[in-house]
Design a protein around this ligand. Sequence first.
Ligand code: PLP
Length: 413
Amino acid sequence: MAKLAVRGGPPLRPQGYPEWPVHDERDVEAVAMAVRSGRWGGFPEPGPLAAELSTRFAAYQGAGHGVAMCNGTVTMEVALKALGIGWGDEVVVPALTFSATPYAAMTAGALPVFCDVVPDTLTIDPDQVEAAVTPRTRAIMPVHLGHQMADMDRIMEIARRHSLAVVEDCAHAPGQRWRGQGAGSIGDFGSFSHQSYKILTSGEGGSLLTDDEDLARRAHSLIDCGRPKDAAEKEYTFGANYRLSELQAALLLVALERFPAQQAERAENARRFQELAARIPGVRPLPPDGRITRWSFYCYVLLIEPEAFAGARNGPVCGALQAEGVGCWAGYPPMSRYDLFQPSLSRLPVAVAHAARLDPARMSFPVAERLALRQTVYLDENVFRAGRRGVEDAVEALAKIQRHATELNGHGA
Ligand SMILES: Cc1ncc(COP(=O)(O)O)c(C=O)c1O
C-alpha cells in the first residue's frame, strides 16, 4: 500500500497551514471607512490613504520617499523611466527571477541583459554583473529572491564605479535589512509588490521607494498620466494611470500594523527549520547571508539532491510535499526557458531590435539552470507561521518523501 499522500497514502499534515492573507474585522472596517468616505480612487494622486501608506512603509524600510502604485511590475518600469532609462539602454538582471523583472526593463524600452546567480543565495552573481557592463549599461536590477538578499555591497560598489543606477526588486523582501539598511533603501529605487501571495498584500498593489525627492516626484508624475507634481512644471509629461486605489491602501495600512509580528514569527521558525532540515541527507537549506540583519521573507528556498530522492527532481518532490499538506512550488524557471526573451518567438519590438544580444544560443546560465530545473523547493510563508510543530511537520514530510521516494518513480521524476 502506498505511503506517500501523492500516491493515495495518508497525508502527514492533513490540517495544512494557516491561511493567507490574514484578515479580521480591522480590514473590513478599514475598507468600510474608505467606502463611506466616498474617496475610492487614487486621483488626485496620491489619495490620503495612499500617501499615509507610502510615508509609513518608506519609514519602515528606512527610505525617504514612497510612491504607491497598482502593482510590483509597473513599479520597476516607472523606476527605470524616472531614471531616464529607455531605448537602446541595457539593464542587468538575474537569470533567476519572475518574468516581471526583465519585462519591466523591456516595457521601459531597455534591453535586459541576464547574468547567472550564485549557488548559495540564488541571487545575481556580482562577478557576472561586472563582466556584463558595456557602454550602453545604465542600471543593475538585483532581485532579493526567496529568503536571501543580493550581495548589495558588491552591487553598489560596481554601480558606483561604472556610474550605474540600481533598482532593487524587493517583491519578496519587505522587512529585510542588509547591514541595518532596509531592502529597497540601498539602491536608487526599491520596488515592492503587494499582490495576493506577497507578505504585505492588498490583493494587487506596489510600492516604489527612493531617498531622492526629485526621483520620487518624477515617479508620482509617471503614474498619474504625466501630471506635473511641481508648481514649476506646467506641461504634462510622459505617463499613464498606474495609481493605487484608496480601498487597497486601506488594506495595506492594516497589513502594515500586523507585519512586524508576522515577520518575527517567520524568522524564528525558519531558524528552527534550517537546523532540522540540515539533518536530512540530500536536503540543503541555505542559511541567510550573514549580512542580513533583519530577516524577513516571502518564501524559503531550499535545495534537494534528486539522487537522495530516488532520482526525483524538485517538481515531483514539490507535488508530493503539497499532497502531504505542505505548501510549496518548484520555483521560477531560468530565463533561458522563457519564450518572452527569445527573439525568434517574442513579439516585443525590443527583443527583435536586440536579437543578437537575446540569442538563445548565448543564454546559458549553468547555476540557475541546474538549480531551478532540478533542485529548488520554495516553501510557502505559512509553513513558518504554525509554530515549532509547523516546521517540524514540514521537515518530517521531506523525510517521509525521501524514505518512500521510489513511489515517485515514473511520475515525472
Ligand atoms: C521577484 C518578483 N518581481 C516582481 C513581481 C511582480 O509583482 P506584481 O505581481 O505585483 O506585478 C513578482 C511577483 O509577482 C516577483 O515575484
